[in-house]
Design a protein around this ligand. Structure first.
Ligand code: GLC
Ligand code: GLC
Length: 651
C-alpha cells in the first residue's frame, strides 16, 4: 500500500542506512520492504509510536532486517523464491513431522545425523529438534530457559554440528524446525545478569519492580502456570533488590516487549536461526507475550500485533520461513494466532491443535466420540494459508482445555468430567489401563494436567507388564487409531519421539535432582536403539506398531484429499462410539475419503442409510485405503472392529 507518511519515512531511513548496508545488492530486499513497509510501520507505530526515539528505533529495525537479508545464503534465498512462487507448499499432504530431543533420539547433534535414516524409514520429512541452545544444567526447563540465543548447548554439540544437521536435512528433503523462546530468558542470560548487576538498560528488558505494588496488581488476574513448584508470577532478586516477573519457573524472566529494543533483539535472533537453515520456527509460549494489569496476561491484542510484526519483518528478509504458534489456549483464542480480521494467515502459518489432541484423549477415556464430535464441529474455521499441527503427544503435559459448552453438549458436567479424565489417566479410575501422572494440581480450583507417554497412557505399559497379549494388541490398536485420526484430519501430523516404537514412561528422571521436580520428564525418553531393532522382527509389538504407522504415513502422502484446504466435513452419526468425517479433494470435490474411527473396544456399526437421510449419499462400494480391502458390511451397515479405523474411498 502507498501511504505518504510511511513512504517519506522509508525514504529517510534508506538515506540513513549504514554505508556497508547500502553497498550491497538489495534488490529483492527492497521489493519486499516496499510491499510490507506500510504494515510494518503501522504496527511498529501502534506499539511504540509514543516514544521519543521512535524514528531511531525504526531505523534500527530496518537495519536489522537488511542485515538479516545480507547474511542469508544464496541457497536459502533460492528456497525463499521457490516458496514465494508455490506459496501453499506446506498445505500438501506430503508432510509428516516428528518432535524429539536430540539427546533423547541420539547422543547429540552429530548422533542425530547418523540416525537420520530412521526418518526416511518411517516417512518423516519434518523434524522439530527441541531446544538446542545454551541453558543452565540444573535450571533448564528442558531447554526453554535459554542463556544464549546464538550458542548451542555444549552437551549437544556446536554451531557447526547444527549447520551439518541443516545440510543433511536439506539433502534428505527433511524440513528443519527449531524453537525460538520469545517470552523469557534464563536468569543466566547476559541481559538478566547485567540487569541483576544494576544496569538500567537491561532492567528495561524485563518487568522489574522495587516493591510489591505493581506485582500485586498483576497477580489479581494472572493465573499460575506451575502452581505446585513455582507459585506466583514474580520472584525476588536479592542482587537487584527488586521483584522480577517470572510467569513460568522462577529462573525464567519474562521479556518486556513494551520495549522496542527487546523486539528488535528477538527479531535478530529469529533471522539468525532462519539463516542457519531452519525452515520453520516454533515460537514458544506466544500467548504470553504481552502483559497488562487487570488481564490474565494471555492472548492480549498486542501479543498478536507483535506476532504480525515479526511475520511482516521475517517476510522481508527470509520469506520462505514459516512460524508455528505454540499457544495452548482455548479454541476461539488459538485460531487468532493465524491472524485476526484477515483472510490469509498473517501471524503464524501453523498452530498446535491442542484442542484435537485433548479431545482424542477424551475419546480414549470415555470410549465414545461425543465430546470429540462437538469439539471438532465447533473448531473455528481457519484462514487461508494456515494449517494445524495435529499431534497426540508432545514433550509437555496434557491439559483438558475444551470448551465448557462442548462438554455440556456432550452430556457431561464440566468439572466432574475433567476430574474423571484426571482419574482415568492417572490410573485411579477402576479398570483404567492408563499409567499417567497428575501434573500441577491447583489446590484451589482442583484443576490439573496429565503427564505420561502415549504408550503408557494408551495402556501399553500396563499390558506389557502383565504380559497380556490381547491387552497389548488392544493398546497398539488404540495408538494406531489416534495416529490414524491425526494423519487424516487436515494439517501437518506431528509424531513424538518414541511414538512409533511404543516407548513407555521413563521413570529414571526421579533420580536426577535437576529433573525430579518436573514429571514431564516421564515422557521425554531416550530411545534404546537395540530395543528399537525389534521393529524389524516379526511377531513383536514393535514390529506391528511401527509397520502400522509407517503404512498409514505412506498412504497419507498419496491421498490428495488429505491436503489441508478447509476440505473436511464432520458428520453426525447415530453411533456415539464413532467419529466420522469426510475429506474432499479441494480441486475435485467428488473425490472423497471417509474417515471412520471406532473409540470403543467392541465391534461397532455405521449405518449409511441414516447418514443418507441427512443428505450425504454414498455409493455402497468402498475400499479401505489402509488395509486395501473392502470393509465388512451387513447391508448398508459398515462394521468396525474395536479401535478400528477406516480411510474409505468409494469405488
Ligand atoms: C512452552 C514449552 C514448555 C515450557 C514453556 C516455557 O510451553 O513447550 O515446555 O515449559 O513453554 O518456556
Ligand atoms: C501452559 C502453557 C503452555 C505450556 C505449558 C507447560 O499450559 O500455556 O504454553 O506448554 O504450560 O506445562
Amino acid at each position: 500500500m502507498y501511504e505518504q507518511v510511511s513512504h517519506s519515512l522509508l525514504n529517510a531511513i534508506l538515506d540513513d542506512l549504514k554505508p556497508e548496508i547500502r553497498r550491497q545488492d538489495l534488490r529483492h530486499f527492497y521489493t519486499r520492504l516496499g510491499a510490507n513497509f506500510y504494515a510494518i510501520y503501522s504496527l511498529f507505530f501502534t506499539l511504540y509510536g509514543q516514544r521519543q526515539d521512535f524514528k531511531s528505533q525504526m531505523l534500527r529495525l530496518v537495519e536489522t532486517m537488511a542485515e538479516g537479508y545480507i547474511k542469508r545464503s544464496a541457497e536459502l534465498e533460492g528456497v525463499d523464491i521457490e516458496r514465494e512462487r508455490d506459496h501453499n507448499w506446506f498445505l500438501s499432504q506430503k508432510w509428516v513431522g516428528m518432535a524429539l530431543y536430540a539427546t533423547g533420539f541420539a547422543e547429540n547433534l552429530s548422533g542425530l545425523i547418523d540416525k537420520s535414516a530412521y526418518f526416511q524409514e518411517l516417512g518423516i520429512n519434518l523434524v522439530h529438534i527441541m531446544p538446542i541452545l545454551k541453558c543452565p544444567a540444573d535450571k533448564s526447563d528442558g531447554g526453554y530457559a535459554v542463556s544464549d540465543f546464538r550458542q548451542i548447548d555444549d552437551r549437544l554439540g556446536n554451531l557447526d554440528d547444527m549447520r551439518r544437521v541443516a545440510a543433511e536435512f536439506r539433502k534428505r528433503e527433511i524440513l528443519l524446525v527449531l524453537d525460538i523462546v520469545l517470552n523469557h530468558t534464563s536468569e543466566e542470560h547476559e541481559w538478566a545478569r547485567k540487569a541483576a548487576c544494576g544496569e538500567r538498560k537491561y532492567q528495561d528488558y524485563y518487568y522489574v519492580y522495587d516493591n510489591r505494588d505493581i506485582p500485586d496488581m498483576f497477580e489479581q488476574s494472572m493465573p499460575e502456570v506451575f502452581p505446585e513448584t513455582d507459585p506466583g508470577n514474580f520472584t525476588w532478586n536479592a542482587d537487584m533488590q527488586k521483584w522480577v516477573m517470572t510467569v513460568f519457573h522462577d529462573y525464567q524472566w519474562d521479556l518486556n516487549y513494551a520495549n522496542p529494543e527487546v523486539f528488535i533483539e528477538m527479531l535478530d535472533v529469529i533471522l539468525f536461526w532462519a539463516n542457519q537453515g531452519a525452515d520453520v520456527l516454533r515460537l514458544d509460549a506466544v500467548a504470553f507475550l504481552w502483559k497488562k494489569i487487570g488481564t490474565a496476561c494471555q492472548n492480549e491484542r498486542n501479543a498478536h500485533l507483535l506476532l504480525q510484526l515479526l511475520k511482516d519483518c521475517c517476510q522481508v528478509s527470509a520469506p520462505g520461513v514459516l512460524f508455528i504458534a505454540e499457544a495452548i489456549v482455548a479454541p476461539v483464542e488459538v485460531i487468532k494466532y493465524f491472524g485476526e480480521d484477515a483472510i490469509v494467515a498473517k501471524e503464524c502459518e501453523i498452530a498446535y491443535n491442542a484442542t484435537l489432541m485433548a479431545l482424542l484423549w477424551d475419546g480414549v477415556a470415555t470410549r465414545n466420540a461425543r465430546l470429540l464430535y462437538q469439539g471438532v464441529k465447533n473448531l473455528p474455521a481457519k484462514l487461508e494459508r494456515a494449517t494445524w499441527l495435529n499431534y497426540v503427544r508432545c514433550h509437555d503435559d496434557i491439559g483438558f482445555g475444551f470448551d465448557d459448552n462442548d462438554i455440556r453438549a456432550a452430556g457431561y458436567d464440566p468439572f466432574a468430567h475433567r476430574q474423571f479424565l484426571l482419574d482415568y489417566f492417572s490410573g485411579q479410575f477402576a479398570d483404567s489401563p492408563a499409567r499417567g501422572m497428575i501434573f500441577m494440581r491447583n489446590e484451589i480450583t482442583r484443576d490439573a494436567r496429565i503427564c505420561g507417554s502415549l504408550a503408557s497412557l494408551a495402556g501399553l505399559e500396563s499390558a506389557l507388564e502383565a504380559g497380556d497379549a490381547p491387552r497389548i494388541a488392544e493398546a497398539v490398536a488404540r495408538i494406531r487409531l489416534l495416529h490414524g485420526v491425526t494423519l487424516s484430519f487436515g494439517g501437518i501430523p506431528l509424531l513424538y519421539n518414541g511414538d512409533a516404537l511404543g516407548v513407555v514412561n521413563d521413570y529414571s528422571y526421579r533420580n536426577d535432582p535437576a529433573k525430579s521436580g518436573d514429571s514431564r520428564w516421564i515422557h521425554r525418553p531416550r530411545i534404546n536403539w537395540e530395543r528399537a531393532e525389534l521393529r524389524k522382527k516379526q511377531g513383536t509389538m514393535e514390529f506391528t506398531l511401527f509397520r502400522a504407522i509407517r503404512k498409514m504415513i505412506a498412504i497419507r502422502k498419496e491421498v490428495s484429499a488429505f491436503a489441508d484446504f478447509n476440505n473436511r466435513e464432520i458428520v453426525e452419526v447415530d453411533n456415539e462410539h464413532l467419529l466420522f468425517f469426510i475429506r474432499y479433494n479441494h480441486q475435485r470435490p467428488s473425490e472423497r475419503v471417509l474417515v471412520i474411527a471406532n473409540f470403543d473396544a467392541g465391534r461397532q456399526y455405521l449405518d449409511l442409510d441414516a447418514i443418507g437421510n441427512r443428505g450425504v449419499n454414498f455409493h455402497s462400494r468402498f475400499i479401505d485405503l489402509i488395509s486395501g480391502v473392502t470393509p465388512a458390511q451387513s447391508g448398508r451397515r459398515i462394521m468396525l472392529e474395536g479401535y478400528g479405523i477406516y480411510w474409505l474411498s468409494e469405488i
